[in-house]
Design a protein around this ligand. Structure first.
Ligand code: THU
Length: 139
């Protein structure tokens, strides 16, 4: 059972992640992803996926959000909401790729919450520990 604050946070994060679908630049895969990341400073950093004709330079929505936050001085986080789907139509959950999980491990504690949403009412919440157990770290 989530407390009222967590519920409000989750709702706002999912709403902001959904909004980011329209900014997604995905002309090659047509798969749009949106993310909203909550810092411990209570600010929300949003992101979308940004593709490139050379494929390799493409960036996932989650990493866009993390890099925006870190570049603005925020390095500690509580939760991220992620949504995605073909042409921006969300009909299934969109779990983060392995590279994004590793970026989360760099900045987040094991209890960092990863909120996957299919709609405003259908959500699955995981901890980072659940999605990336035994993660590599130098610290
Ligand atoms: N993508 C993300 O933005 N986040 C993920 O966690 C999975 C994949 C993007 C990358 C690419 O632009 C498109 O989805 C299809 O792979």
């Amino acid at each position: 059972m989530k407390n009222k604050n967590e519920q409000t946070n989750t709702e706002e994060l999912v709403k902001k992640a959904m909004k980011m679908l329209e900014f997604s630049y995905a002309p090659y895969s047509n798969f749009h992803v949106g993310a909203a990341l909550l810092g411990t400073n209570n600010k929300i950093y949003t992101g979308c996926n940004i593709e490139n004709a050379a494929y390799g330079p493409s960036n996932c929505a989650e990493r866009t959000a993390f890099f925006k936050a870190v570049s603005e001085g925020c390095k500690e986080f509580r939760a991220i909401a992620i949504v995605g789907g073909p042409k921006g139509i969300v009909s299934d959950y969109c779990p983060p790729c392995g590279v994004c999980r590793q970026v989360m491990a760099e900045f987040c504690t094991r209890d960092f919450k990863i909120i996957l949403a299919k709609s405003m009412t259908e959500q699955k919440i995981f901890t980072l520990e659940e999605l990336l157990p035994q993660s590599f770290s130098l610290q």
